[in-house]
Design a protein around this ligand. Sequence first.
Ligand SMILES: Nc1nc2c(c(=O)[nH]1)N[C@H]1C(S)=C(S)[C@@H](COP(=O)(O)OP(=O)(O)OC[C@H]3O[C@@H](n4cnc5c(N)ncnc54)[C@H](O)[C@@H]3O)O[C@H]1N2
Ligand code: MOO
Length: 400
Amino acid sequence: MNLLSYETSQNMLELLQVNTSKFERVPLSDALDRVLAEDIVAKYNDPQFPTASMDGYAVKHADLEKGELLVLGDNPAGNDEQREIKEGESIKTFTGSKMPAGADTLIQIENVTYEDGKIVINEPVNIGSSVRPIGESYQAGDILIKKGTKIGYAEIGVLAGLNQVMVKVALRPKVAVVATGSEIVDLGEHSDNPAQIRSSNNYTLEALFKQAGAEVIQIGTAPDDKEQLMQTFESAINSADIVVSTGGVSVGDYDFVKDIVPRLGASVVFKGVAIKPGRHVMVAQREEKFVLALPGFPFSSTVTAILYALPLIAKMLGQAKPYEVVAAKLQEDFNKRSSFTEFTTCNVVIEEGEFFVNFQDKKIGSSAILTNMLNNSGLMITGEEDKKLEAGTSVNVILL
Ligand SMILES: Nc1nc2c(c(=O)[nH]1)N[C@H]1C(S)=C(S)[C@@H](COP(=O)(O)OP(=O)(O)OC[C@H]3O[C@@H](n4cnc5c(N)ncnc54)[C@H](O)[C@@H]3O)O[C@H]1N2
Ligand code: MOO
């Protein structure tokens, strides 16, 4: 079996033509966790006028030395104040109010005594005190949120501040997920004998893809039957942008998926990469659609979904990258077992602003072990040339 290097497979994935321009407009309240399909640019300064940030009296700072100022009246928040302050005058002005013209300073209520239409200055303040200048939050033309950003609570707040009732977001790519194998039993389904295997892959991948911003079509399980698989894949490809299957890609007598994918009229981009786990991964394309046939083992299918499905989903969403890769230091020696690029579950800890990895409570064993991915594990990447790595060595880690 001819295996591509991991780097080549990623370069080939990167070169795939993906439609990145599909979008829709959703109400702001539905925009959480969606991905912005346009830059959000401020149309005006915020605030648009000098604005009081305390309750007090708007004054000319130079007048404070007079010791006493006339009060013209009230200027509550939301009032479009038109009076202009002249020498020796003040206007009672509240937190959030537009500052009257002619005033440069807000002296707080606590610093004055009000008597008979006048204030006595007990404790002066600095010039400009308690006044938010024009554009303090942002200025017209500022790019506030970049296209490709996943919308969180802060983005929601900023968009609301801009009165963005509808938000232009990338259409969620549709990803169909199917777990193949006659031995697997779907969630909740009766199992005839203990040698059957409970299907986890389709649910792991559904969760992974939903978290990445995709709309998931859960197909469930499909037995190792060529004609049935053909039908299942054909209908999946017609209803989704990406079809992701697990199982049936290695060399066993019942591994049919690798054979039926080309029969669907999809051209194979690559099949077989020098990675551990996941060497049998297959990526194919039919027009704008993609088929990813992943290995059946739960750890293998999850890792290959991260490495090959997440970048496609991110691209369709217009995101710059599918996940974060950081440099970290090994806290213990690591024995690399193969000559492939390896992905190893690890604990990621941050100490004094630096990332470290260790393998405490991680089992060494086959690609069947998914429990190693619990507790927010990272995936350490070690290269084809790496062998034994000493504690202290710097490695790259995918943060999930
Ligand atoms: N002679 C060889 N045997 C194997 C090779 C090889 O190169 N030569 N490769 C091994 C590697 S590496 C992997 S990975 C697996 C991949 O095999 P398949 O993709 O064909 O997967 P299956 O054989 O269908 O399943 C493998 C394993 O995973 C379990 N499984 C399958 N689906 C699910 C599911 N939805 N949920 C949970 N577990 C699942 C399945 O029962 C098997 O135990 O092949 C090796 N063999
Ligand atoms: O891909 Mo297998 O995924 O190396 O165990």
